[in-house]
Write a protein that binds this ligand. Sequence first.
Ligand SMILES: Cc1ncc(COP(=O)(O)O)c(C=O)c1O
Length: 387
Amino acid sequence: MDQLVRAESRRPAGLGRFGEYGGRFVPESLVPACDEVERAFTEAWADPVFRAELDHLLSVYVGRPTPLTPAMRLSAELGINLLLKREDLTHTGSHKINNVLGQALLARRMGKRRLIAETGAGQHGVATATAGALLGLDVTVFMGERDIERQQLNVFRMKMLGAEVIPVTAGSRTLKDATSEAFRYWVTVVDDSYYCLGSALGPHPYPWMVRELQRVIGDEARAQCAAPDFVVACVGGGSNAAGTFAGFLDTGARLVGVEAAGGAAISAGSTGVLHGFRSKVLQDEHGQIVEAHSISAGLDYPGVGPEHAYLAETGRATYVTADDAEVVAATHRLARSEGILCALESAHAVAWVLRAAADGTIPQGSTVVLTVSGRGDKDMATLMELS
Ligand SMILES: Cc1ncc(COP(=O)(O)O)c(C=O)c1O
């Protein structure tokens, strides 16, 4: 593999640069806060005591390692060897908990008493509310009004766990606006509050830190299957894909990220700045951010983490899209073939594998590792409406 990709993938250069992407584009008032997080994480990540506490919680609380389940019937139907990395089996039901526990332990180490978070599908909000309850930290979650409507189960879960959920009424009332509001709020309470970002995006050090906290997915999967031909994951902000890919960057596996057709920042976007980082974003000719549209709240975001923009540019990973209709069909097919009701976000990866195995993009006999980023309970109301 290209030396530069390898080096920058491990620890990005300068202020979090992945090639020309990444960086830290924040108001002056947030620079010391980002510096403080970077310093604290750099120290903590090198501290065996911190790592041991996180590993312990990932084991006894989250339920790691998660299994790599052979999808027996689907594999036979498609003529491939499909292996599912089961993040849906983690406590709280998605990969978000891996990142959140690391950041919540960091917040406590930094002496903060409150976690702030944004959420789209509600999975990151639920994970943050859970970690707050576990470690005795207050939690404030920003969530777009539209997402509150379509993810009521997760809103109730957050409240049950003791979190305050603040509805965001601006813009498209989805994840982008919730993230903007969370940043605005962080500026006002930065002394005692920690911003627990939910994906591999935002100003440095977040993309790097979140990728490192999610690499447990890829490292485990590599130990469970050393040499797959394809490694596939859905991409919203890009945290489950970044964590999965991290385990396979130096192998010969083809890495494939699947974006929502209506939120395809890499496939349909151009270079711009959003939420404190430079990457591929959906924007018009005046640089105004264009709204994303996806059936899955977690992929309904007009940007993507900077490492993915870099992996796409260097050719190390390929990015494709799946539309709402094939995602719903893929959700049904996985449920009926394997008895696994996955999240609509994860179903994007399934949809692409179904298509690519059928048209020969994935050759017969290939071994495919697919990250099932979360379980589908939260999406039952959406699916019920459709049927
Ligand atoms: C189950 C699930 N998968 C994937 C995502 C997308 O996030 P990311 O691209 O950061 O993994 C989300 C976001 O809410 C999610 O809830």
